[in-house]
Each structure stands twice: as structure tokens, then as C-alpha cells.
Design a protein around this ligand. Structure first.
Ligand SMILES: NC(=O)c1ccc[n+]([C@@H]2O[C@H](COP(=O)([O-])OP(=O)(O)OC[C@H]3O[C@@H](n4cnc5c(N)ncnc54)[C@H](O)[C@@H]3O)[C@@H](O)[C@H]2O)c1
Length: 426
């Protein structure tokens, strides 16, 4: 915040007061700020990030000081969109420059998945808050580290599963938790699309407008191919998490939220690459199932190559069911399977950002609709589903933390190798 103490000044001050034997909570220092104080953010990764930058810039008294992309064409395009709307911003290529800026309050990370945890952890260590896109991590270990980094630095970290802030879904969930469909014991979820082939790629010169070294960042170096950047990295384990970590996370997060469950105790997977013989590694057809303590379960069916799919998320209770569509509209069905109630609404895109900015102003991580610990638990369902798929095994997990029990081979996929020098450190 630019009025009162900014975060860097507070941290410096905290170091001084700690050395002098005082304990000052960050909340106490930031209490000098009012709800109207300016919040300064920088956005990293400008495809999804371009629309996030626009939405942040439309929030009252929020400045998008930087738009950052390692593709200079995208950085320029991101800046132009804001400038056309009458805003001032700086296009940059290296996000570490904004973390060095004492005026910056928060990083908004919409870079590819392999960047989410390392960038968030660097942001927290620099005394910043972070809005990090879904899935919050590339692997399970990183999610645990992100929670640790947020706690250690007292950072406000929100994962970008925006439906958590949808007013219609919130109202429908409350109706369900109040007994509207009886005891809820199961949920199913779906995603369908008609994605094409990415063909077989060829090694190629790196385009002049792309800093491929910084694009790879924490991921071990591999040669540049002509069919992976942008977007298709989602289908390579090196950087992405397949459709499960791309669209499955949105639906499974709602399942976990509605069922009021934390970590699964059993995970199974079926599926494969059935449609195209190309370079993609992640399944194009994928079913995952999760069992939780207390007699509850959830499934997700992902069809990347067929759009005919079922409802986004359905909850099953003893006296009815609740359907949530992808747009945030909800319908309740009674025991005779007749619609008995509807909640019309929104996907929560703007509301999720408003919630994050308000949490910064009140310095209250508990007011976040998708705090990083909750984001990690939902993302973990995707990592476990992918590990079950890649090992071909049923995973038995601890209800305390989701860790895989009695299977070293599966647990070996809990973490990743890093490019030397880029290992996340909390
Ligand atoms: N919440 C949502 O509804 C939603 C929607 C779309 C995408 N996403 C998430 O946003 C993320 C990005 O997805 P996308 O579809 O925009 O991918 P994309 O590949 O189209 O765009 C990613 C951008 O990040 C840039 N980038 C890579 N490394 C960078 C770095 N070190 N610094 C700055 N920029 C860097 C790339 O150059 C590229 O422009 C993914 O994690 C995805 O899951 C979320």
C-alpha cells in the first residue's frame, strides 16, 4: 500500500523491532491503512493474465504498475490494452524486477503451471501478497511449500479458482449445507472440449520475441520445439498437469468444497491418450475417483476430444441433488428429480479479485475465499489423480495431509527435479 507503511517498509521495520526485542504483528502495522488505500499489483504471464490485469485495473484504487511477459509481443499487447483504457503501466520481461519494487503489494501469477509455486514463494519471501492461478502448483510438494511460505511471511495468497467467489454458488452451497438435499455423500464432475492435435514438433530456433530461458525458469532445460509454446505446454508433464490440472481443478475444487472434505483416503484413475498420435503426454480421456472419510466420494471425467459432456458438477444427497453449471448457475432437484429451486448467478471472476484486494486491505487471510491451504488441498486432488494415472496404481493416502502411504514409486512423483539454482526455498 502506498499510504501508511508499505510491506517492504513494514518488513524492514519488523526486522529492526524484532532485533530490539519487540514483537509487532503485521496486522498491527497495516492497521494504519484504510480500506480506500491504493493497492499496487504486477501481473506475470499475459494470456489469462491480460484479462486479470484488466479486471484488477478496474477495481477502485488498484494500480497495475507492471504487466510482465517473457514474450515481448505479449508484454506490449498487455500494456496496450490497459493504456487504451486510460491506465498507465510498464511492460517488463523479468518479474523479479517488480518484486524488487517496494511499492508493489502483490504479484498476480498467470504464467504456466511450472512457475506458480516458485514465483509465489519468491513473492512471499519478498514481502508481497500473491494471487496465483490454478492449479496453484506443478506438483504436490510445491503446494506444501507455498502454504509454508505464506505462513512464514504472513502473506495473503489466493488461488485463482474464481467460482469460490460466485455469489450464486455460495448461496447454493449454503442451501445444501443447511440440509437442502439431505446428507450429501457423492459428487460427479465433467469437462468436455474438442481440442485438436499438436502434431509432432521439430526443434526450432527460439523466436526473437521470446526469452525461452526465463520461460523455462525452474523447469530443467530442454531444447525449444515449434509446437509447445504458447498453451500446448499444458499437455507435457515437464510444465503442465494435463486437462485434470487445467479444467479439472475448477470442478474438483467445487466437489471438495461442497462435500466439506479435506484430503482423500483413496484415489484411482482410468484413461489414456486415445485420439491423436502426437507429442502430447497427458491423457485426453481421463476419469479419476476419490474416496474421503465419512462415507463420501467424488469423480471427474475429462474429455479433451469430445464436447458431449454431462453437467459441470452434481452433488448427490439423500433427499435430492444439486447441479452447478460452468457459468455458476445452480439447480436443485427434489427426490422425484424435479427442479425445486434455482440460483442464477455468475462465475465469480470479478468477485474473486475484489475478495483478494479486500483481504490485502484488511490484512486478513481468513477472509479469502480460496486461501492457499484450501487451494493446495484441491490442487492435490489433481496431482494425486495424475500420479494414480502415471503409476497405474490405486493410491492410499493419509487423511491428515494427503500423502501417499506404502507406495514409494508413487510417492516419488510427489516432487520434481529443478533447474539448478531455481529450487524453491522457503
Ligand atoms: N482461472 C481461470 O479460469 C484460468 C483461465 C485460463 C488460464 N488459467 C491459468 O493461467 C495460467 C496461464 O495459462 P494460459 O492459458 O494463459 O497459458 P499461455 O501459455 O497462453 O500463457 C502463459 C503466458 O505466460 C508467459 N510466461 C511464461 N513464463 C513467464 C515468466 N517467467 N514471466 C512472465 N511471463 C511468463 C508466457 O510467455 C505466456 O504469454 C495457467 O496456469 C492456467 O491454468 C486460469
Amino acid at each position: 500500500m502506498t499510504d501508511g507503511l508499505n510491506r517492504r517498509q513494514f518488513l524492514d521495520g519488523a526486522a529492526v523491532t524484532a532485533a530490539a526485542g519487540y514483537v509487532v504483528s503485521r496486522g498491527a502495522a497495516l492497521a494504519q491503512d484504510s480500506p480506500n488505500d491504493k493497492v499496487v499489483v504486477g501481473v506475470m504471464g499475459l494470456s489469462r493474465g491480460k484479462s486479470l490485469a484488466q479486471r484488477f485495473s478496474q477495481q477502485p484504487n488498484v494500480e497495475v504498475k507492471y504487466v510482465c511477459d517473457v514474450d515481448s509481443d505479449r508484454a506490449a499487447a498487455g500494456a496496450k490494452v490497459l493504456e487504451d483504457a486510460g491506465k498507465t503501466t510498464k511492460p517488463i520481461g523479468d518479474f523479479r524486477k517488480m518484486l524488487d519494487d517496494p511499492e508493489l503489494d502483490a504479484l498476480v501469477c498467470a504464467a504456466p503451471n511450472h512457475w506458480h509455486a516458485p514465483a509465489t514463494i519468491l513473492a512471499c519471501s519478498a514481502g508481497k501478497h500473491c494471487y496465483v492461478e490454478k492449479p496453484c502448483s506443478h506438483n504436490a510438494n510445491e503446494g506444501e511449500l507455498m502454504v509454508e511460505a505464506a505462513r512464514k511471511n504472513k502473506s495473503i495468497v489466493q488461488m485463482g479458482t474464481q467460482r469460490r467467489s460466485s455469489t450464486s454458488i455460495q448461496a447454493a452451497m449454503q442451501f445444501m449445507w443447511d440440509g437442502g438435499i439431505g446428507r450429501v455423500y457423492h459428487s460427479t464432475s465433467w469437462y468436455g472440449n474438442v481440442r485438436g492435435t499438436i502434431n509432432k514438433g521439430k526443434p526450432a530456433p527460439v523466436p526473437g520475441h521470446l526469452d525461452y530461458d526465463l520461460w523455462q525458469g525452474p523447469a530443467p532445460r530442454v531444447p525449444y520445439y515449434d509446437n509447445r509454446i504458447h498453451y500446448n505446454w499444458h499437455w507435457f508433464w515437464q510444465w503442465g498437469n494435463g486437462e485434470l490440472g487445467n479444467n479439472g481443478i475448477h470442478a474438483l475444487d467445487l466437489c471438495r468444497w461442497g462435500l466439506q472434505v479435506e484430503y482423500p483416503i483413496r484415489v484411482v484413475s482410468a484413461g489414456g491418450r486415445y485420439r491423436f498420435d502426437d507429442d502430447q503426454q497427458t491423457p485426453d480421456t481421463h476419469n479419476v475417483a476419490f474416496e474421503f472419510e465419512g462415507g463420501k466420494s467424488a469423480t471427474w471425467d475429462g474429455l479433451s476430444c469430445n464436447r458431449h459432456s454431462n453437467d459441470f458438477v452434481t452433488f448427490y444427497g439423500e433427499t435430492g441433488s444439486l447441479v452447478v453449471d460452468g457459468g455458476g448457475n445452480c439447480r436443485v432437484y427434489d427426490e422425484k428429480d424435479k427442479v425445486s429451486k434455482e440460483f442464477k448467478g455468475n462465475q465469480g471472476d470479478v468477485e474473486h479479485i475484489t475478495n483478494f484486494v479486500a483481504a490485502i486491505r484488511s490484512n486478513d487471510p481468513k477472509s479469502l475465499n480460496q486461501e492457499i491451504l484450501s487451494g493446495h488441498k484441491s490442487t492435490l486432488l489433481c496431482h494425486l489423480g495424475n500420479i494414480a494415472h502415471r503409476t497405474g496404481r490405486t493410491l492410499n493416502c493419509s487423511s491428515e495431509n494427503g500423502r501417499i502411504m506404502g507406495d514409494e514409486k508413487a510417492m516419488a512423483q510427489w516432487a520434481r527435479e529443478y533447474e539448478p539454482g531455481w529450487e524453491p526455498q522457503v
